[in-house]
Write a new protein. Structure first.
Length: 232
């Protein structure tokens, strides 16, 4: 179906040549109809791009590439059973192309967010390692637990897991780009809190509470942001 629609500069478009063929129009007549459209010049420039095609005789002739809006404006006046059939096919082809583009954009955004989250994770685990040494020097017998404790604390604060939920292997790969971005920031917040607490010479238990509160405060802003986006 998507041989009806092509991408030009990441914009789904259709050719006047193919539209004329599918709708049983003479291409010259279709060109004239586009030229005489009673739309604003701004709309025409934005939705109809002049181009050239080559016929079977290897001769070039002028035409247009149209966006979805341009196609709809042009073809809304086409009537008849055949026209209705091709309108549906073109609309379906445009929608399929737009859906595929959306998936590709989301995939790129997710990969970028995942890469950033890996950097943040490395940064915070390095800081936790320093914190474990610090806690051990102050007498902690189970400081190594802070790797998992701080991680779960972040997840719970951001409501990525419930209170007693176990974290499955590959959990971060199941998060969407937005949650990964929020988690990335939370990890930087936790890292800074641990670093600040050690710099101030606080007791390791106080530092953990301080980090937990810092992440919780950040998570509150995330909750407000999510609610605002839902209302919009």
């Amino acid at each position: 179906m998507n041989d009806l629609v092509v991408l030009q500069n990441d914009i789904p478009m259709v050719s006047s040549q193919l539209v004329a063929e599918k709708f049983g129009k003479v291409h010259r007549d279709l060109m004239r109809a586009i030229t005489n459209l009673e739309c604003s010049e701004e709309f025409k420039v934005r939705n109809f791009a002049q181009c050239s095609f080559t016929n079977k005789m290897n001769r070039s002739f002028g035409g247009y590439m149209m966006t979805k809006d341009g196609f709809a404006f042009l073809c809304m006046g086409f009537t008849g059973k055949k026209a209705a059939e091709w309108k549906e096919k073109y609309i379906a082809a445009f929608n399929a192309m737009e859906k595929e583009l959306s998936r590709k954009v989301e995939a790129v955004e997710w990969k970028q967010a995942r890469l950033q989250s890996k950097g943040a994770r490395k940064s915070v685990t390095d800081q936790i390692a320093e914190f474990i040494k610090y806690a051990t020097s102050q007498g902690s017998k189970s400081a190594n637990m802070y790797y998992s404790n701080i991680t779960k604390m972040e997840y719970k604060a951001l409501e990525l897991i419930s209170k007693n939920e176990k974290v499955a292997k590959g959990f971060r790969d199941t998060l969407d780009a937005m949650d990964l971005a929020f988690l990335t920031t939370a990890e930087y917040v936790a890292r800074k809190a641990l670093q600040d607490g050690m710099n101030q010479g606080l007791h390791y238990k106080e530092i953990y509470i301080y980090a937990k509160q810092a992440v919780s405060n950040y998570a509150d802003t995330v909750t407000i942001l999510k609610l605002t986006n839902k209302e919009d």
